[in-house]
Design a protein around this ligand. Structure first.
Ligand SMILES: [Zn+2]
Length: 221
């Protein structure tokens, strides 16, 4: 997803992390209110825990690639390959630049997404096997998508959500949030079921937007 609006704080609970584990390589770390098992805030700078040499930029599928319609499968193996994929997705998202990326968009059919809605791009989140537990209200937000470069549209989303997921090492976490983070999580979770933001538009708005997308592509060469 492309950035838009101002991020608000999320309440993240039930998160247990242990400072000495390799899982602390910065993948899940750094959301402003994340705390470790002892209640201390986790604030490792991204650069301290993500050695650049181990990351690779991935190709992002662009609409109307049919692989964007594939449904992701639950992650069962919380291994080094998953951590590498999450690292690579974060790298790809930051370089795009974007604020969210789902595994589906890099042709990996896994229920995995990465997000960073912080102003300084120093608060990466990795959500594995996310599930919506509760949602309230509605709000309209202008959204963009890394699979639709250069076009934006208003989409109605739930205003507040509660989501459970696992971190990259398999530990459970729960997030209650609203604002930009809530919109971003909903947008990225849609990708995992093969849904994209233009699916919410009326046929007319959708065709106008897709025509604009074509124009942008021709301009980009
Ligand atoms: Zn998207």
């Amino acid at each position: 997803m492309y950035p838009n609006g101002t991020p608000r704080q999320a309440k993240i609970s039930h998160l247990v992390t242990h400072g000495s584990e390799p899982a602390l390589r910065g993948i899940l770390l750094g959301y402003p209110r994340l705390k470790n098992a002892h209640g201390a805030p986790i604030s490792l700078p991204l650069s301290a825990c993500r050695p650049a040499s181990t990351m690779a930029k991935l190709d992002i599928l662009e609409f109307p690639d049919p692989r964007l319609r594939l449904e992701a499968k639950p992650v069962e193996a919380f291994d080094s390959r998953l951590r590498q994929l999450a690292d690579d997705m974060l790298e790809t998202m930051y370089e795009a630049p974007g604020i969210g990326l789902a595994a589906t968009q890099v042709n990996e059919q896994k229920r995995l997404l990465v997000i960073d809605v912080s102003e300084n791009h120093d608060a990466p989140m990795v959500l594995v096997n996310p599930e919506l537990l509760d949602a309230r209200g509605s709000e309209v937000c202008q959204e963009g998508c890394l699979s639709f470069p250069g076009v934006f549209a208003d989409v109605e989303r739930k205003e507040w959500i509660r989501v459970k997921a696992q971190d990259v090492s398999g530990k459970p976490l729960e997030i209650e949030t609203d604002g930009l983070l809530a919109v971003c999580i909903q947008h990225e979770m849609d990708h995992l079921i093969g849904k994209v933001f233009v699916d919410y538009l009326s046929p007319l708005k959708r065709s106008l937007l897709l025509r604009k997308l074509e124009k942008q592509r021709r301009k980009a060469g």
